[in-house]
Design a protein around this ligand. Structure first.
Ligand code: PHE
Length: 343
């Protein structure tokens, strides 16, 4: 009995020291220890000669021995497998690797970044705000009277659970939040997604993206507005572009103007894009209404300001001649890939 135990201990030490660098050596281990004529089987057979009173204790020792030999076998297999692959010399390590499929920036992101960087050069900071807004920041503070058609359920998405909340219809709400916190001088642009309840078609969508701007200081005039926006379109579309302002109406600006640029497609001679007028509308603008300033305790006798807002889709459409608004949100890679390399 004593001798048998010593023998088992010896086998254990021998097995523990066994090393195998390839599959053949691992197989040799299996045959030596776990094969039909292997050591484990032979030791198990000794059970016959063990006296009855020792059978239980010896059985346990045998089991542990078997588990030990098996787990060593597993470890040898794991260790030898990868190195066996590595030693194959039919792999050409100098072959070039597979290309990574790198994504591209969305065209709206590209154009937004371009717009933002132009205004940054003029000293505008970027401000952002929530897409779920309250009535005050989206409408009230912006001097939209209670009965203004833009408040109609037709245009605005209200939140069912709380009708005091809505999806912002323009990023003027961010301007409101800036004026709430910051005193003049203020110079910010507010890029972001806005929502309007429109039937989805090539020319309209239930959400789109805007960049609105706000500049408030002493002695800010309409001439500053014109020059700022003129600089912007020249940087965005090139030096040859011409601009014109048309009187317009927005509740939050007075006077208000829409700005057109000469059609980039036909150069002003008339085509489908400009509906044969030679001009395309690009943004709304105006001098900040005194009531809006008062809403934020900014003294309209001391400070004046201008504001403007444009759709990023519209700018993108003019710049890259995209003729269907739906393309922007379908995320068809055949469309998106066309902007590869555009930064
Ligand atoms: N908020 C206006 C819109 O969404 C755009 C605008 C901004 C017009 C600022 C004038 C001044 O259409």
């Amino acid at each position: 009995m004593e001798q048998l135990l010593q023998q088992i201990e010896g086998y254990k030490q021998e097995a523990a020291a066994y090393t195998a660098t390839d599959a053949d050596a691992v197989e040799a281990y299996r045959i030596k220890y776990l094969g039909t004529k292997g050591i484990v089987k032979a030791v198990m057979a000794e059970m016959r000669n063990v006296p009855n009173e020792n059978k239980k204790a010896f059985g346990q020792i045998l089991n542990e021995f078997k588990l030990f030999i098996e787990s060593k076998y597993d470890a040898l297999k794991d260790a030898a497998a990868p190195s066996a692959a590595n030693t194959q010399d039919d792999i050409d390590w100098s072959l070039p690797g597979d290309d990574f499929a790198v994504g591209t920036r969305h065209p709206l992101t590209v154009v937004r970044n371009q717009i933002v960087s132009i205004f940054k050069r003029l000293g505008f900071a970027v401000a952002e705000g929530p897409e779920i807004e309250d009535d005050w920041h989206n409408f009230g503070a912006m001097n939209l009277p209670e009965d203004h058609p833009a408040r109609d359920m037709q245009d605005t998405f209200y939140i069912n659970q709380n009708p005091a909340w809505l999806l912002r219809t323009h990023t003027s709400s961010v301007q409101a939040r800036v004026m709430e916190k910051q005193k003049p001088p203020i110079r910010v642009i507010c890029p972001g997604r806005v929502y309007r309840n429109e039937t989805i078609s090539a020319r309209a969508h239930c959400f789109f993206h805007q960049v609105e701007g706000l500049c408030i200081d002493e002695h800010v005039s309409f001439a500053d507005l014109k020059q700022t926006l003129y600089f912007f379109v020249q940087e965005m579309f090139g030096k040859d572009v011409r601009v014109r302002f048309r009187p317009s109406y927005f509740p939050f600006t007075e006077p208000s103007a829409e700005m057109d640029i000469s059609c980039l497609i036909c150069g002003g001679s008339g085509c489908n894009v400009c509906k044969h007028t030679g001009w395309v509308e690009i943004l709304g603008s105006g001098m900040v209404h005194p009531k809006v300033l008062e809403n934020f305790n900014i003294d309209p006798n001391k400070y004046t300001g201008f504001a403007f807002g444009m759709g990023i889709e519209r700018v993108c459409q003019l710049k890259y001649r995209v003729n269907d608004l739906r393309l922007y949100s379908q995320n068809d890679v055949r469309f998106l890939r066309q902007f590869t390399g555009v930064v």
